[in-house]
Design a binder for this molecule. Structure first.
Ligand SMILES: NC(=O)C1=CN([C@@H]2O[C@H](COP(=O)(O)OP(=O)(O)OC[C@H]3O[C@@H](n4cnc5c(N)ncnc54)[C@H](O)[C@@H]3O)[C@@H](O)[C@H]2O)C=CC1
Ligand SMILES: O=C(O)C(=O)Cc1ccc(O)cc1
Length: 302
């Protein structure tokens, strides 16, 4: 049996449009409605036939839904939840796809105190955004982390897990605070570092004319892909996951200072030991099948 039969997607960018496409493929019997605050995005979503119906208000999109997924930047979750509060059916389950969870869970609970809320984070994406960027296979073999608040109806959690499994994802459940610390180091900090290094190189370019672009080798190119990620989305991630990101950034700065010292004093063995350890990390990720051609997918669409 399908976990849900009438799904509403609020926010039709990369993630919302990927969910719409994946639902059409995996659960063709589901009735899909959608809404986006941007009228131009709504028009493009209609042209792409992403949903059975693209409504002109958030309320109209959710009136008949048994499952509502908020796919907007984390800083817009509270407003998106308030916009549907009036029209949400009593038995509908609410979820989101935000990259940080603590502040989103709090915002959803405040705006929708009586709703069954099962927050989720599909740990899958690209540097692209907008409805054209989505694709149905995005969640296949990727983790989707559920962070339900205490006391959430176990049946609602099970139905949301089943929904994501049908889109091809693997399910994990954890506390919002634990999620935010893990993602701070595995996703948020790497994005911050990429934004920094590309920013530094772009400042230098004024001195070295076009050399930075001309000689950009693999490493720098990889950073530019990450640093091309959506500015609104990532501004919101850093502001909403402030504590965990600042904590990880502190540790990172200390480790960077240690490397700086090793280079200054010619401690080659320290550099060699670290690089050997990090090479092993990469190998174990590849062995666990956590790496695939997704990055190449991104590149082939540049
Ligand atoms: N981009 C990625 O790789 C991933 C993103 N996420 C999370 O998914 C969420 C959506 O991200 P993307 O799809 O990448 O962004 P996107 O920029 O492609 O799409 C977001 C859409 O939300 C709309 N929107 C903004 N405020 C709204 C509101 N109040 N009501 C209705 N629509 C509104 C925007 O007009 C835009 O079309 C974010 O919370 C992000 O943290 C999660 C996993 C991966
Ligand atoms: O494009 C990449 O390399 C990503 O890291 C995509 C991504 C961005 C944000 C998330 O919360 C999860 C995945």
């Amino acid at each position: 049996m399908l976990p849900f039969s009438r799904v509403a997607i609020i926010g039709l960018g990369l993630i919302g449009s990927s969910i719409a496409r994946a639902v059409k493929d995996a659960m063709p019997g589901v009735a899909l409605s959608g809404f986006d605050a941007d009228a131009d995005v709504r028009e493009r979503a209609r042209a792409l036939r992403l949903c059975d119906d693209i409504a002109d208000s958030a309320g109209a999109a959710v009136t008949d839904a048994d499952f509502v997924i908020l796919c907007v930047p984390v800083g817009a979750m509270a407003a998106a939840a308030r916009d549907i509060a009036h029209d949400l059916p009593d038995d509908a389950v609410i979820s989101d796809v935000g990259s940080s969870k603590g502040s989103v869970v709090a915002a959803l609970r405040e705006a929708l105190p009586d709703a069954a809320i099962v927050p989720a984070h599909p740990v899958a994406g690209t540097e692209r955004s907008g409805p054209e960027a989505g694709f149905a296979a995005l969640f296949r073999n990727r983790w989707c982390i559920l962070t339900p608040p205490e006391g959430t109806d176990p049946l609602a959690i099970e139905r949301v897990g089943e929904f994501w499994k049908r889109l091809g994802a693997k399910i994990e459940t954890m506390e919002p605070a634990h999620h935010d610390r893990v993602l701070a180091v595995t996703s948020h900090l790497p994005h911050l570092i990429a934004y920094t290094i590309v920013g530094t190189a772009s400042d230098l370019e004024e001195v070295t004319s076009s050399d930075v672009i001309k000689y950009s080798a693999g490493g720098f190119r990889d950073f530019t892909r990450i640093a091309a990620s959506d500015p609104t989305m990532w501004r919101d991630v850093f502001l909403s996951n402030r504590e965990a990101v600042l904590d990880m950034l502190q540790r990172f700065s200390e480790d960077l200072s240690a490397l700086q010292r090793a280079i200054r004093w010619g401690k080659g063995d320290e550099l060699f030991d670290l690089f050997t350890r990090t090479r092993a990390v990469r190998r174990s990720i590849v062995e666990q099948g956590q790496d695939d051609a997704r990055e190449d997918f991104g590149r082939s669409h540049e």
